[in-house]
Each structure stands twice: as C-alpha cells, then as structure tokens.
Design a protein around this ligand. Structure first.
Ligand code: NDP
Length: 513
C-alpha cells in the first residue's frame, strides 16, 4: 500500500471540489442543527430531556445504518463502466447489447469474496463473484458470474448445507476444517471446483487480474425465436496474476485486508487523473452450442460442475468492457447494488441448469429481505427505460406510478402487453420423464473433467502447489476425513492421489473408493 494513494486522498479531493458549496448542517427534515457537539441537558451535569430531538434522531438513524449483510458474497467492491459490442450477433440473438459493432451499454460490476463476512480480508482462498449489470434500453440484464467457469454443485438443494461448511462453526464461531473437508469428501461433485480453488487462481492478486464467467449455460434467442445455448466468458486484459505463495496472501490479509478494494479504486482513479484511459478492462467472449449438438454431448451441458471444451466450442470474441468510474458513495451504489439472475433481457434466456433455475428465485428473494420489496426502485438498480408495472406500495416506495391504472385489463390507457415479446420469447421447450427424485444425478460423472484439468492444464509446478495448498488444510482435519479426501482426489488421478498422500501421510498408497 503506497502512502497517500488515490484512495487515501478521497476526502481531500472532495474538499477541492466542494468547499464552500455545502451550507449549514440540518436534520433530515432540513431544519438547521444548532449544536452538533453537545446534547441538550438540564443543567451542565444534568439529564438529557426527551425533547432533545436532535440527539434522538441522530442516534436512532445510527442504530439503523446497517442492512443485513449478504449471506454469501458479503465482502465486495464495485465500479461502473461501459460495455462495447465488437461483433454483431443477430445470427444468434436479438439482444440490443449485441445489435451492432460499437454499440455501448452502461454497466455496473461488483466483485466479491464468497464465504467471508463483510469485514473479512480480500486476499483469502475463496471463489470470487464477478457480476455485471447491463443497463440496456430493453431493461436490466444481470450476468451474475464468478471467476470460475464451474461451481461446487449441480443441484441447488445442496447450497445452504455447503455454505454452512464454509461459514463459522455454530459453537466455536470459527472456520471449521473438519466440516469443510468432511462435506467435500462426501460430495465428490465438488472436486472440479475444489481443484480450481486450491490452484494458483484460488487467490487472485486483486479483482483486476482475474477472468469472469457467466458459468451457467444460458440461451440466445434470435428474432425468429431460434434458440442457441450459450456460455459467457470475460477475460482480463490486465493479465492473470495470483498469489502463488499463500504466505504472501496471508501477510497482505493482515496488513491490508481491503487490498483488492483499494487496488480497484486506485486503478480507476489513477487512470482518470492521468487521462491515460488505462482503465481496468476485460474482453468478452461467448461459446455457442445448438440444441442438436447439446443432445450429442457425452456430458450434461446444463451441469454447472462442467465446462464446454474449447476445442469443440471455441471462444467467439464479441465485446469488451472497461470500468471507468468509482462509486460516488459505496453504500448507495455498491452495497445496495442488487443482481438477479432472472433479469434476462430480450434475446437472452435461461436454460434447464438446475442451479440457474434456483438462483433465478433466490437472488430476488434475498434482496427483498436484505434491502426491501422495492429494491429495484433504487437509482443503482432501476432500469434506464420506463417501468410500467402493476406493483404498488410496500416499504419505501418512492416510484409508485402516480395515477396510472394498477390493474390489467383496463380501459384507461394503462400498461399493455409488449407486442414485440412474441419475437424474443424463448421457443417452447419439451421435457420428458416422470416427476421424481433422481438420486443418481448426485454422482453423475464427477471425475472426467477434473482429470483433464490435472493431466493437461496444470504444469508440474502448478501441480506441486495445488497439492501443497490442499494438504495445508486437509491435514488439520481428523485422520478419517484426511483419508477419505485423499481417496476422492485419487479418483481424479492416481498421480494426484499419490502426491497428496505423500504430503499428508508420507506414503503414496492409492485406495479407490
Ligand atoms: P483448454 O486447454 O482449451 O482450456 C484450458 C483452460 O484452463 C484455459 O481457459 C485456461 O485459462 C484455464 N486454466 C489454466 N490454468 C487454470 C487454473 N489454475 N484454474 C482454472 N483455469 C485454468 O482445455 P479445455 O477447454 O478442453 O478444458 C480442459 C480443462 O480445462 C477443463 O476440464 C477444465 O478443468 C479446465 N478449464 C476449461 C475451461 C473451458 O471453458 N473449457 C475454462 C477454464 C478451465 P486461460 O486461457 O485464461 O489461461
């Protein structure tokens, strides 16, 4: 952390712009505050009367300054910028974002750690959230991605239990490595993501030096309602950088827990002040797959624990984005920034990915609890195009749509159905099968892609660090959990299992489950 960097100078910069523009202090009703430094008392050393409205309002509002922190992704940083289309995509989608080369769409981005609480350190081993809000003229498109193309699970019912193992033990209120590895070793569908997490990319060097992925399979719908399955990928133009030495990340976590937040703020501020336009930026790609191709794949293309191999589904460069404005107020613009995977604008649709289906419900529900029923009225969440709906009232409704009819059908010129919608609504989909629980889904092909990751993607040094990183916390658990976890990794590759056992037990016996 440099001395007096851009972040450290924020107040000074504010003063340079605003000095002498701000009038006298008031309460929230605009009434002048007489004395912000002392309470009203009966006599110099006497009691404070109830009529000291100034102190009562001051304290009462203070008590309510915090909203519930996000249950996951609580620690975050964000910024604003612009997305630019570099390839017209009418072949696949009617989306206005991709309608012509050079088309620009304003965006907001929020980066986050997943497991830690709001004040936790940035430089810890954890997946990172990487969510983009596109303010399109057709409504808000929220691409609520991560810095990995996959996730720990393929069924949403597992999510709350998984998160319990990443959060604090209910008795000790400490992170619990027994719970962490007990769960993973009993849930081998996690193994692909766990390998990403314990590889070098598990601790990125700040938010700017990582890729982002929409992760789920989405759909693109063209103006004739033709559907193409799609993945979204955004690659950093700053280059991948990681803390390969976890000790260095630990040192930074102690010295500057807000390392990534500071780095992002300073990078944007420095680019602005120097005028060099060197803002953090990413190149945006898609992968596409026809419904016919999807049926031919050996793996379930809607399974969030799997990637689409690049060789068969090459990346297509379609855009770029940069972040060129820091929030003018963190709470208003980042803490209240609320992403909802169900916000899909015309030309972009969902898929039968079970995790996506659940996230389309969960995020909005969580925001209603965390921020309130009218969270989408807040300036940072509201669309740039007109909103005409039939929702009214609720806490803090400041956009209550005046006298417009709040019902449909109506004969008073109120909102009417979108006559264009028929052109972009996804085509009808047919699903076959009986309503039932399908337990075999739990263990569907857990190992083939992790095996490729180990054998073909990582070089030997990266493999050595992955094994060391895994062993560093597995060894903190009970012996039977250590053995079961090592066996799970041996199922990915005998070599990986042997190396891990060597680290843990000083021997390399391979035991298959
Ligand atoms: P490719 O060789 O074409 O792609 C390998 C990918 O791995 C590249 O995108 C590379 O990213 C990425 N990568 C390299 N090191 C790491 C790491 N430590 N953590 C996460 N990603 C890393 O192979 P395939 O497409 O055939 O995929 C093979 C395996 O690669 C998959 O089974 C999966 O495990 C992994 N992978 C695949 C991705 C995909 O979308 N196909 C994406 C990421 C990983 P970069 O180009 O930025 O260096």
């Amino acid at each position: 952390m440099s001395e007096r960097d851009a972040a450290a100078q924020q107040l000074e910069q504010w003063k340079a712009k605003n000095e002498n523009k701000i009038g006298y202090a008031t309460n929230s009703a605009g009434i002048g505050i007489v004395n912000p430094m002392t309470s009203l008392t009966i006599g110099k050393y006497g009691l404070i009367p109830l009529r000291d409205w100034q102190m009562i309002e001051h304290l009462s509002h203070f008590h309510r300054e915090r909203i519930p922190e996000r249950i996951v992704h609580a620690k975050g940083a964000g910024a604003f910028g612009v997305f630019e289309c570099t390839k017209e995509l009418s072949e696949y989608t009617s989306s206005s974002v991709f309608e012509s080369v050079g088309k620009k769409t304003p965006i907001a981005v929020r980066f986050s750690n997943v497991a830690g609480n709001m004040g936790s350190a940035d430089s810890v081993r954890d997946p990172r959230g990487f969510a983009i809000k596109f303010y399109t003229e057709e409504g808000i498109w929220d691409l609520v991605g991560n810095n990995t193309p996959i996730f720990f699970m393929r069924d949403p019912i597992l999510f709350p239990m998984f998160i319990h193992t990443q959060k604090r033990n209910p008795v000790t209120n400490l992170r619990d490595w027994d719970a962490f590895w007990d769960y993973f070793s009993l849930t081998p569908m996690c193994v692909h993501q766990v390998m990403f997490l314990f590889s070098d990319r598990g601790i990125p060097n700040g938010h700017r030096h990582q890729h982002g992925y929409g992760s789920h399979t989405f759909s693109l719908i063209d103006k004739n309602r033709k559907l193409t399955w799609c993945k979204f990928i955004y690659k950093t133009n700053q280059g991948i950088e990681n803390f390969e030495d976890p000790k260095e990340a630990e040192r930074i976590a102690g010295e500057d827990p807000d390392y990534a937040t500071r780095d992002l703020y300073n990078a944007i501020q420095n680019a602005k002040e120097s005028g060099n336009n060197d803002y953090p930026s990413w190149t945006f790609y898609i992968q596409v797959m026809t419904p016919e191709q999807a049926k031919q794949q050996k793996f379930n293309v809607f399974d969030l624990t799997k990637v689409w191999p690049h060789k068969n589904f090459p990346l297509i460069k379609v855009g770029k984005f940069q972040l060129n404005r820091n929030p003018s107020n963190y709470f208003a613009e980042i803490e209240q920034l609320a992403f909802s995977p169900n916000n899909l604008t015309p030309g972009i649709g969902d898929s039968p990915d079970r995790m996506l289906q659940a996230r389309m419900y969960s995020y909005q529900d969580a925001h209603r609890y965390r921020i309130g029923a009218n969270f989408q009225q807040l300036p940072v969440n509201k669309p740039v195009n007109p909103r005409n709906n039939f929702q009214r009232d609720g806490l803090m409704s400041f956009y209550n749509q005046g006298g417009a009819p709040n019902y449909y059908p109506n004969s008073f010129g109120g909102p009417h159905p979108d006559s264009e919608a028929a052109n972009w609504t996804p085509p009808p989909q047919q699903f076959e099968g009986k309503e039932d629980y399908y337990p075999e889904f739990f263990d569907e092909d857990n190992y083939s892609q992790p095996k490729v990751f180990w054998e073909r993607v990582l070089n030997n040094d990266e493999k050595t660090r992955l094994v060391k990183n895994l062993a560093s916390t597995i060894k903190l658990t009970k012996r039977d959990i250590q053995e079961r976890t090592a066996d799970m990794f041996a199922n990915v590759s005998e070599d990986l299992g042997a190396r891990l056992k060597q680290q843990l037990f000083g021997k390399s016996k391979v035991v298959h489950l």
